[in-house]
Design a protein around this ligand. Structure first.
Ligand code: NDP
Ligand SMILES: CCCCCCCCCCCCCCCC(=O)OCC(=O)COP(=O)(O)O
Length: 325
């Protein structure tokens, strides 16, 4: 009598016989080999792309920008670190210079302090960068500010401040660098948007609007720049553990000053910076760096907008209730 165990082991033997007597095994090894080779070539191309590249990073004084500075520095990029706080930029430069030796040659970063809300300062900063380096390979528009407030309470100045920092500033900086990129037929514009560039959640009107505008502008830019071989990467992260909520502006223009639970529980900026490096190295066009729920919410907004709007209205009710209690 044939037992269940014997039947199973007979089946195993037959499957193994089939695999070894046919071309499946060599085919399997072949596929794994080709895949590994592809990955190796991709990594090599990525490293070569960023080594010695002139990379401008805005908002390098803290959070994601600071971590991006570290990973691009380690990759051998020639960095231009931007922010408003000159001392913080100098401190980061010293920290990078003191970091342990890497496999590739590293370069002392150059720093430029300017306010993205000041169009004149953007023009001057761009002239300084181009005079110093001659060209820019990669611009990472990372600097940004968030906001918390109800639309009815929010002053127009607050709406403007958020739009200036998150939208008009990056747009002006990008436009100032584009002519030199077009001339070289080479360059890469990166922008750190947000999941809120794809969906809008209550009490974030100015922030979500600025990020939606960012997504739209840089999508247009990608299409227009294709003829010059200039790359455009839009990166949309979910919550990251930085000071974004602490630095957020409120309805009356004052600083929010609170580390929100969602922010505190967000991804580590170190990990997100690594993902940014990979996205840039692979010349990705549009990247979402978020958990499953925010990613699903983007599909829900497109496929079942009615349901998405109900969920957001209920979120607004809950938030209002918890504020009033
Ligand atoms: N943290 C999060 O949960 C998420 C963040 N993001 C995006 O990531 C980006 C980085 O934010 P994050 O690191 O989290 O926040 P941080 O508040 O830690 O960093 C913001 C950076 O922007 C700079 N900045 C702010 N305003 C200006 C200005 N007017 N001119 C020039 N620089 C300015 C700040 O530099 P300084 O003060 O020196 O000027 C600082 O370096 C932002 O675009 C944000 O929208 C996207 C999704 C989620
Ligand atoms: C098919 C089932 C789909 C279920 C979807 C349910 C809808 C859940 C809503 C989820 C909302 C996620 C919001 C994420 C927001 C976010 O990640 O923002 C990133 C930021 O920029 C953070 O800035 P903030 O200043 O708001 O902290």
């Amino acid at each position: 009598m044939v037992t269940e165990a014997t039947r199973k082991s007979l089946l195993k033997v037959r499957v193994m016989d089939f695999i070894t007597s046919t071309a499946i095994l060599p085919l399997l090894f072949g596929c794994v080999g080709i895949f590994s080779l592809f990955k190796l070539l991709q990594r090599m191309r990525m490293k070569a792309y960023l080594r010695n590249a002139v990379v401008v990073i805005t908002g390098a004084t803290s959070g994601l920008g600071r971590e991006c500075a570290k990973v691009f520095y380690t990759a051998g990029a020639r960095l231009v670190l931007c922010g408003r706080n000159r001392e913080a930029l100098e401190e980061l430069t010293k920290e990078l210079a003191a970091s342990l030796a890497t496999k590739v040659q590293t370069h002392k970063p150059y720093t430029v302090a300017f306010d993205l809300a000041d169009p004149g300062a953007i023009v001057a900063a761009t002239a300084e960068i181009l005079q110093c380096f001659g060209y820019v390979d990669v611009l990472i528009n990372n600097a940004g500010i968030s906001y918390r407030g109800a639309i009815v309470d929010t002053t127009p100045d607050v709406d403007k401040k958020v739009m200036e920092t998150n939208y008009f500033g990056p747009v002006a900086l990008t436009k100032a660098l584009l002519p030199s990129m077009i001339k070289r037929r080479q360059g890469h514009i990166v922008v750190i948007s947000s999941i809120q560039g794809k969906i809008s959640i209550p009490f974030r009107s100015a922030y979500a609007a600025s990020k939606h505008a960012t997504q739209a502008f840089f999508d247009c830019l990608r299409a227009e720049m294709e003829q010059y071989e200039i790359e455009v990467t839009v990166i949309s992260p979910g919550y990251i553990h930085t000071n974004l909520s602490v630095n957020a502006v409120t309805a009356d223009g004052s600083k929010y000053g609170v580390m929100d639970k969602t922010t505190a529980q967000g991804r580590s900026p170190v990990e997100v910076a690594r993902d940014v490096l990979a996205a840039v190295g692979k010349k990705k066009k549009d990247v979402i760096l978020a958990d499953l729920l925010p990613s699903l919410a983007i599909y829900l907004r497109t496929l079942a907008p009615g349901l998405f709007f109900s969920l957001m209205a209920s979120r607004a009710r809950k938030e209002r209730k918890s504020k009033n209690s």
